[in-house]
Design a protein around this ligand. Structure first.
Ligand SMILES: Cc1cc2nc3c(=O)[nH]c(=O)nc-3n(C[C@H](O)[C@H](O)[C@H](O)COP(=O)(O)OP(=O)(O)OC[C@H]3O[C@@H](n4cnc5c(N)ncnc54)[C@H](O)[C@@H]3O)c2cc1C
Length: 592
């Protein structure tokens, strides 16, 4: 099984030349994020990911999780990995020093998080959800709740979870049924949640569940949902742990992938909970966590793609088969053009996804540190527009990349022992959780494009044109290919805006294709920016072959992957003519 080595060169180029890290480090409060500090953090994280986390990936998949005596038992090695993670301060990089955080940019936590997910995605979900819980509590909790719970969540002594889904309430959370009854200074929570990631485990001494529930007089629908903090162990006034609360795992799901991540049915039996934020504003509060989590899930797509690529690349150099064109002797399969096609597809989709994801996360930091309302709104809008593309596109391409990973291995990819199959199985959850990709696509066309009459997308398109105009002359051919695709995206934007005025069905009917079109064009834009930076660095005397490889990545992507935009654009004229728009009775005949 191949080792995992973090792609530090690509991470650094992306941070510095796409996501604007050097500019961010000039902002007041981010002075510690100097180039040396960033390098040191990435180097150390890559060591931990390679030597500590990654060796647990295969073994965790084989062992899985069990429910014993009312508690989840996870693979033995996970507890030790988690301890090293918490003691290393890895969960506190981006958080407020007031609660024990290190006050570094959120952006810096992104490559670090990418490494954990590449090393072991099932385990990485635990820190990922804890980080979302910290952010949600920090933004929405009362001072009292923050003082009591944040320091231990930030330090990693406690973990967090997200309890939204119920058997009847998945994509549609408006029908959540879990109840919250007021009792003195707290509430009593009763109900059942399903699919709760790491709903229970022994890696940390306490687990802080964030739970959506309804107050007795709550109005129906999304306006009647509140958010509650429900600890596994109650916390005494002095911060010590008290009695076991009645929030418990009832059973575990048996899944296609991420076998080592506990996916729990959670029972809340009159459990003690505390209101987070205003009554009936729970979904808005939870959205702060979900936005973070959506970017993180997109990043998981990048992580698992990277891992699958590294594994396939190693195998392609080892596996000996028949001679390639121009040679007489058997040799490694990397010599075959079709194997290179697969590997380059895997590599460039991963690099493109990484760049879009880091870029979106950087915008969140620029929004936090903006010196005017206008700058803040601009960066927030940019991040919000890119979020469904990061979640949707990066996780869709992860399906292709991990599948190609199996294909490069031939029959050995289909059997479990190489580990290629595990990446493919693990990746399959990504388009489903944190809002299915169908929901992401609707978000992109609805809230992110139609709602502002396409303004944010128009700004992004202008940014792309800026990258085309400033591309190095050696990249003229790639810039032209991108220019054509950007024009296609602009036409799609116009079609969506004008079509939606007369055809209510059109946005939903074209949403997925619109999202994929936007993703491929964004990928081309980011790779052109990276290739331009690589040309510039090489011209300054940096002779690292990685810089040449980056230019090759851009060339390959523009020639072999970017043209897919046309196919998605051609599918945008379907609207109410579409089979998707037929009344239900007529639609039924489509299947006969
Ligand atoms: C392994 C795993 C871990 C999870 N972890 C968590 C967790 O930690 N916390 C948590 O709360 N939840 C968690 N979930 C739940 C997850 O977020 C939901 O499964 C997801 O939101 C989809 O909901 P659903 O399964 O009910 O599917 P449904 O909502 O029933 O969707 C089924 C299909 O219909 C489509 N669809 C539904 N509504 C619409 C619509 N309005 N427009 C267009 N298409 C639509 C969907 O895109 C999908 O293709 C997890 C799930 C899994 C499998």
């Amino acid at each position: 099984m191949a080792d995992y080595n973090a792609p530090l060169k690509d991470m650094k180029l992306t941070l510095n030349h796409v996501a604007r890290m050097p500019e961010l480090a000039q902002k007041p409060g981010f002075e510690d994020a100097s180039a040396d500090m960033v390098d040191a953090i990435l180097e150390e994280a890559s060591r931990v990911a390679r030597d500590v986390v990654s060796p647990t990936n295969w073994e965790g998949d084989q062992q899985g999780v069990q429910l014993k005596d009312g508690g989840v038992v996870c693979p033995e090695s996970f507890k030790e990995v988690y301890q090293q993670y918490a003691e290393g301060g890895w969960g506190s990089l981006q958080f407020d020093p007031e609660y024990g955080g290190q006050g570094l940019p959120f952006l810096l936590s992104i490559p670090v998080m990418e490494m954990w997910h590449s090393a072991n995605m099932a385990w990485g979900l635990c820190p990922m959800l804890s980080q979302g819980a910290v952010e949600c509590l920090d933004l929405n909790g009362s001072d009292e709740l923050k003082a009591k719970y944040l320091p231990k969540l930030v330090s990693g002594e406690w973990c967090g979870t997200m309890n939204l889904t119920e058997s009847n309430a998945g994509s549609d959370l408006s029908v959540v049924r879990t109840k919250a009854e007021p009792e003195g200074d707290h509430y009593r929570i009763s109900g059942e949640k399903i699919f709760i990631t790491w709903g229970d485990h022994e890696m940390s001494e306490n687990i802080i569940h964030l739970v959506l529930a309804r107050l007795p007089d709550a109005p129906p629908g999304v306006r009647g949902i509140s958010l509650f903090l429900v600890p596994k162990y109650l916390v005494n006034e002095d911060g010590s742990l008290g009695e076991r609360n009645t929030a418990k795992p009832l059973s575990l799901e048996h899944k296609l992938g991420i076998h080592a991540s506990a996916t729990c049915v959670m029972g809340f039996d009159n459990a003690i909970g505390y209101l987070v934020g205003e009554p009936n504003r729970g979904l808005a509060c939870m959205f702060t966590m979900m936005n973070n989590a959506r970017l993180s899930v997109g990043l998981q797509g990048v992580s698992i793609s990277e891992r699958a690529y590294q594994q396939a690349l190693e195998y392609a150099f080892e596996r000996i088969q028949g001679p390639a064109v121009g040679t007489k002797e058997a040799g490694p399969i990397i010599r075959h053009a079709d194997v290179r096609r697969m590997l380059l597809t895997m590599k460039t989709l991963t690099e493109a996804g990484r760049a879009i994801a880091y870029d979106a996360c950087g915008s969140l930091d620029f929004a936090t540190k903006a010196d005017s309302d206008e700058a803040k709104a601009r960066e927030q809008t940019r991040a919000a527009l890119l979020t469904p593309i990061v979640k949707g596109w990066c996780t869709e391409v992860a399906q292709e990349v991990t599948s190609l990973g199996v294909q490069v291995h031939g029959g050995m990819g289909y059997v479990e022992e190489t580990g290629a199959a595990q990446h493919y199985r693990d990746a399959r959850i990504l388009p489903i959780y944190e809002g299915t990709n169908g929901i992401q696509a609707l978000d992109l066309v609805g809230r992110k494009t139609l709602m502002d009459k396409g303004a944010a997308l128009a700004v992004l398109i202008e940014e792309m044109r800026g990258a085309v105009a400033s591309a190095d002359p050696s990249l003229t051919a790639q810039a032209k290919q991108l220019e054509e695709a950007v024009n296609g995206l602009e036409k799609a934007r116009e079609l969506l805006l004008s079509g939606a005025e007369t055809d209510a069905v059109l946005p939903g009917a074209i949403a997925y294709n619109f999202m994929m079109l936007a993703g491929y064009v964004c990928g081309g834009w980011e790779l052109l920016r990276q290739a331009s930076a690589a040309v510039e660095l090489a011209a300054q005397g940096d002779d690292d072959p990685y810089l040449q490889a980056k230019q090759e990545s851009a060339r390959f992507y523009m020639a072999h992957l970017l043209p897919r935009w046309k196919g998605f654009a051609d599918m945008l004229n379907d609207g109410s003519q579409s089979i998707m728009a037929l009344p239900e009775e007529q639609f039924a005949s489509a299947w006969q």
